[in-house]
Design a protein around this ligand. Structure first.
Ligand code: PEP
Length: 252
């Protein structure tokens, strides 16, 4: 039985004061149950302070990006060991905003994935197609290329310590959500592709859905057999919105 993970990607939002309100609200309202876990991913400057706020709670800490290098002359970058040092258990790699705005290639993403794991941090590998790619019937081809880059570099067994997030680019921050059936089809495809390498492991990997998930659509998405949680942007910035999704996870 795979546990549900509800992860908040705060993107470039927050402040010391706003984070305190958000995290204290989340920590105070975590629903009962042990079939799910919660994660928040603030911007780098706030990781250490949010680590203190979530300490001892059911909420874990993650980062939104990481360097593929261990240390050295890489101005502006953050090493995986630094994330570990301030209490991160997870890091998002390959978010579509990193791929599209910062030009990260699938090879870059694979290197970050490996660097995170080498430091003992669980990568959340994001994959997903644009609307143009979906309309051209290329969804599976795009996902396969993104997934295979990591499978080739890190090996299938590396997914024993990784999470995958299917995030259709057209659904991120747009208010458009993939229907539960559309998302399930892609999640099933991802699991089947992993299963061609290691069937036992494929059954265990958590595959999250991301793209305008909210309290209202979460129950329908989370009840699909291959959807094991959510990576949430907009609805992770208000405690009551994030907790509504956590509640759907607790009820699932
Ligand atoms: C995201 O950026 O990972 C995301 C899913 O954003 P939103 O929930 O706002 O669509």
């Amino acid at each position: 039985m795979r546990k549900i993970l509800i992860a908040g990607n705060w993107k470039m939002n927050g402040s010391t004061a706003a984070n305190e309100v958000l995290v204290s609200g989340i920590v105070a309202g975590v629903p009962e149950g042990d079939g799910f876990s919660l994660l928040v991913c603030p911007s780098f400057p706030y990781l250490a302070s949010v680590a203190g706020m979530v300490a001892g709670s059911k909420v874990a800490l993650g980062a939104q990006n990481v360097s593929e290098h261990a240390s050295g002359a890489f101005t502006g970058e953050t090493a995986p060991s630094m994330l570990k040092d301030v209490g991160c258990e997870f890091v998002i790699v390959g978010h579509s905003e990193r791929r599209a705005i910062y030009g990260e290639t699938s090879a870059d993403v694979a290197a970050k994935f490996q660097a995170a794991q080498a430091a003992g941090i669980t990568p959340i590998l994001c994959v997903g197609e644009t609307l143009e790619e979906r309309e051209a019937g290329a969804t599976e081809k795009v996902i396969d290329e993104q997934l295979d880059a990591v499978l080739d570099a890190a090996g299938a067994d590396s997914f024993a310590a990784a999470v995958i997030a299917y995030e259709p680019v057209w659904a991120i921050g747009t208010g458009m959500t993939a229907s539960p059936e559309q998302a399930q089809d892609v999640h099933k495809h991802i699991r089947a592709r992993l299963a061609t390498h290691n069937a036992e492991l494929a059954e265990k990997v958590q595959i999250l859905y991301g793209g305008s998930m909210k309290g209202e659509n979460a129950p329908g998405l989370l009840c699909m057999p291959d959807i094991d949680g959510g990576l949430i942007g907009g609805a992770s910035l208000k405690a009551s919105d994030f907790l509504a999704i956590a509640e759907a996870a607790a009820q699932n």
